[in-house]
Design a protein around this ligand. Structure first.
Ligand code: GDP
Ligand code: MG
Length: 163
């Protein structure tokens, strides 16, 4: 079967933007602010000669802080169960947040490969901030800009090592 890649992270880090960029079409809904309920969305994708499938773990609702955390956990756990490789996406402009730490806690428990991608690094100067994310404990963070399509080749090359 075609390998499945799950994109996991707190709301608003750019999961759907990355998903759409890799899918090459606007399948997933991108919102300027979190708060839209969505189901997980699947797409097939191809990069160079590699075929894979993706899950965009959307479906985060606005609510109490606890509610949000609960939803992230639910979505992430479903994705973890199914995925072959996990992309843990964070926002390089925000730095490490408590919600990133919550997602990290979930991901420590999986035996599946987790690749940390630091999004929204839209220009080379911003790449410096990847270093802040080593503290999440997933090894080398990959700096990307989903909006501008920067760094995606290197990220996917790392993903494909685990297929
Ligand atoms: P999700 O909640 O994780 O699915 O995040 P979305 O994909 O909906 O994106 C949330 C916001 O971040 C939107 O306003 C996007 O346009 C913006 N965004 C996503 N990727 C990038 C990026 O690489 N650079 C910048 N500057 N903004 C981005
Ligand atoms: Mg989304």
């Amino acid at each position: 079967p075609t390998p499945l890649v799950a994109i996991v992270g707190r709301p608003n880090v750019g999961k759907s933007t990355l998903f759409n960029r890799l899918a090459g079409e606007r399948i997933s809904i991108v919102e300027d602010k979190p708060g839209i309920t969505r189901d997980r969305i699947y797409s097939s994708a191809e990069w160079l000669d590699h075929k894979f499938r993706m899950i965009d773990t959307g479906g985060i609702e606005v609510g109490e802080e606890d509610e949000i955390v609960l939803r992230i956990r639910e979505q992430a756990e479903l994705a973890l169960a199914e995925a072959d490789v996990i992309i843990f996406l964070v926002d390089g402009q925000d730095g490490v947040t408590p919600q990133d730490q919550q997602v990290a806690q979930l991901l420590y428990r999986t035996r599946k490969p987790v690749i940390l991608a630091v999004n929204k690094l839209d220009n080379p100067k911003m790449l410096q901030s990847v270093y802040d994310f080593y503290e999440l404990g997933f090894g080398e963070p990959f700096g990307i800009s989903s909006a501008h399509g920067v760094g995606l080749g290197d990220l996917l090359e790392e993903v494909f090592k685990h297929f």
